[in-house]
Design a protein around this ligand. Structure first.
Ligand code: NAD
Length: 264
């Protein structure tokens, strides 16, 4: 409803285009009356993010490369100049060298392991550190993870290891910030065709497998993820923290190939 997020201000990080999971979440929040700010990674993305932000009535669009501490500081300084408080933050950011999102995990390089952990794991902690200071009346922080954190999935490799660390950091952050009324959660989304996903080997096959074998017999959309994000970011989720919510058409409960699944 229009009332659910009325009076709430949130920062959305990780919008690249209208296929991004961040876009599904932003649409759901704006539709429920939230006021939004956006950060984008680099100049190349600004021209895509500006019109999308405008579509949702937001004019606060700031650059931030989460690999750079000064850039994260500048984002929150910029946000602090415009807003005196923050109610929620969405971290929809991940990165790994796509040459290591195929083949064997065992062949992962030290440099890409470090980079993947820095951009995909530490960055969430890094932005929550700053957001905490602006969340004077409590708040909600949300990140995005994948089932490859819990089980071995083809090609997910070092990103699976990073998502496991991200999910663990959600639990530690939830404990640290719970006393201040700040909730920290993750959504474990099923596979969705986005820019980031296109770097994963055999992604079309993974999409088909999930469609044929998930209990709902379909893939999820960015709108599905947006609706569940709205629950965790709004007061509907007031008793929920440290949680990893699967928004995956139920795929995580499945133990074997469905009897009616066609061959792929
Ligand atoms: P996307 O490509 O639309 O978004 C990824 C975003 O990460 C981009 O906006 C990119 O600019 C940003 N990013 C990467 N490196 C950055 C950096 N150094 N600084 C700032 N931003 C940076 O893809 P998406 O699928 O919407 O990804 C969003 C999140 O959802 C990721 O964490 C991804 O792992 C997760 N996820 C995706 C799927 C899927 O199937 N698409 C499933 C589960 C979880």
């Amino acid at each position: 409803s229009q009332q659910l997020m009325a009076g709430k201000r949130g920062l959305i990080m990780g919008l690249a285009n209208d296929k991004s999971i961040a876009w599904g979440i932003a649409k759901a929040c704006a539709g429920a009356g939230a006021e939004l700010a956006f950060s984008y990674q680099g100049d190349a993305l600004k021209k895509r993010v500006d019109p999308l932000a405008a579509e949702l009535g937001s004019s606060i669009v700031l650059p931030c490369d989460v690999g750079d501490e000064a850039s994260v500081d500048a984002l929150f300084a910029g946000l602090g100049e415009r807003w005196d408080g923050l109610d929620f933050i969405v971290h929809a950011i991940g990165f790994s060298d796509k040459n290591e999102l195929r083949g064997r995990y065992v062949d992962t390089s030290r440099d890409n392991f470090r980079l993947t952990m820095d951009i995909s794991v530490f960055s969430f902690t890094s932005v929550v550190q700053r957001a905490e200071k602006m969340m004077k009346r409590g708040g909600s922080a949300l990140t995005l993870t994948y089932y490859g954190a819990e089980r071995v999935m083809p090609h997910y490799n070092v990103m699976g290891v990073a998502k496991a660390a991200l999910e663990a950091s959600v639990r530690y952050l939830a404990e640290d910030l719970g006393k201040d009324g700040i909730r920290v959660n993750a959504i474990s989304a099923g596979p969705i065709k986005t820019l980031a996903a296109s770097g994963i080997g055999d992604f079309r096959y993974i999409m088909k497998w999930n469609e044929y074998n998930s209990p709902l017999r379909r893939n999820v959309t960015i709108e599905d993820v947006g609706n569940s994000a709205l629950y965790l970011l709004s007061d509907l989720g007031s008793g929920v923290t440290g949680e990893v919510l699967h928004v995956d058409a139920g795929y995580h409960v499945v133990g074997m190939k469905a009897v009616d699944a066609p061959d792929i």
